[in-house]
Design a protein. Structure first.
Length: 293
């Protein structure tokens, strides 16, 4: 059998295109032209001797061979990236102050930060898991170096918009069959971006509502929803098992999407901050956080 060495850059273009929902977006993210990304995908098909993608409207979708390759591509890229980080670990020292939105705190702390700490044991990470307002305030005051938060339409000077996440009505099994009026809501205390948009959507649809519980923590919201006290509005990121997405079948209005944004304190941060940023972005692309609609 002829031995084929796959091009890691081409595999990264494939994975990024699928995760971002289009290869034009992948080209932007990877700082390449769309034609260069297309040439890379064509090269993969030529190397493997079979088609990997087919055109679907204005976009492309994976064929069965492409789905198989995508799984291996994620593994190969993860091994490559961890090898690069491991070879740099002796040189990298310092401290990074990281702020994470609560929706991503638990999984990213165990996945991305675990990988980073093993690769760079000389870097001390100080993590603040909080709500958007607190994270943005920490960035503005210089208390955080890197922040992953929901976009509020007012980007900081050194911000990178990542990917959209659909806002979702979320409840337990009882919420699927019960149409309560006014709608019982479990929300964060104000001010809260998701709270504001959810109430506006209900008012526009003429649906009466009442807030049955407010919480200052995401864990409190999930516990109340699991207990059947009402429904909430979040994204699917970090949604506990056993809860359900609700929508038009329950008479609820459509909700807009939120953009995930990465804020940096400095335009050219330290090498430690740059490496942690890359680790976070890789995890967001590779893991279950890429929840496209």
């Amino acid at each position: 059998m002829r031995k084929v060495t796959l091009d890691l850059d081409a595999l990264r273009s494939l994975v990024t295109g699928i995760d971002l929902g289009s290869f034009a977006s992948a080209a932007d993210a990877l700082h390449r032209s769309t034609s260069a990304v297309s040439a890379q995908l064509k090269k993969l098909e030529e190397q493997l001797g079979q088609p990997l993608l087919r055109r679907n409207g204005r976009g492309l979708e994976l064929l069965p061979a492409g789905e198989v390759l995508l799984s291996y591509a994620r593994q190969l890229l993860a091994t490559n990236d961890e090898a690069v980080m491991a070879l740099q670990q002796v040189q990298l020292q310092g401290q990074v102050r990281l702020g994470l939105q609560e929706d991503f705190g638990e999984q990213l702390l165990t996945q991305a930060l675990g990988r980073f700490s093993r690769a760079y044991p000389g870097v001390q990470i100080e993590v603040q898991v909080a709500r958007n307002a607190g994270l943005v305030a920490g960035m503005r005051s210089g208390r955080l170096d890197l922040v992953l938060a929901w976009g509020d339409g007012q980007p900081l000077p050194h911000s990178q918009t990542l990917q959209p996440f659909a806002m979702q009505w979320i409840g337990n099994d009882d919420s699927l069959t019960t149409s309560l009026q006014p709608l019982p809501l479990i929300l964060f205390e104000a001010p809260c971006l998701l709270r504001q948009r959810a109430l506006a959507a209900l008012d526009q649809a003429g649906i009466p509502w009442r807030i049955v519980m407010t919480s200052h923590s995401l864990a409190g919201i999930w516990a109340a929803v699991q207990a059947g006290l009402g429904v909430t509005v979040r994204t699917r990121a970090g949604m506990p098992a056993g809860l359900q997405l609700l929508g038009k079948a329950q008479g609820l209005p459509d909700l807009p999407s939120l953009e995930l944004v990465l804020h940096r304190l400095e335009a050219t941060p330290s090498l430690a901050v740059q490496c942690l940023q890359r680790c976070l972005l890789d995890s967001l692309e590779r893991e279950s956080f890429s929840l496209h609609n």
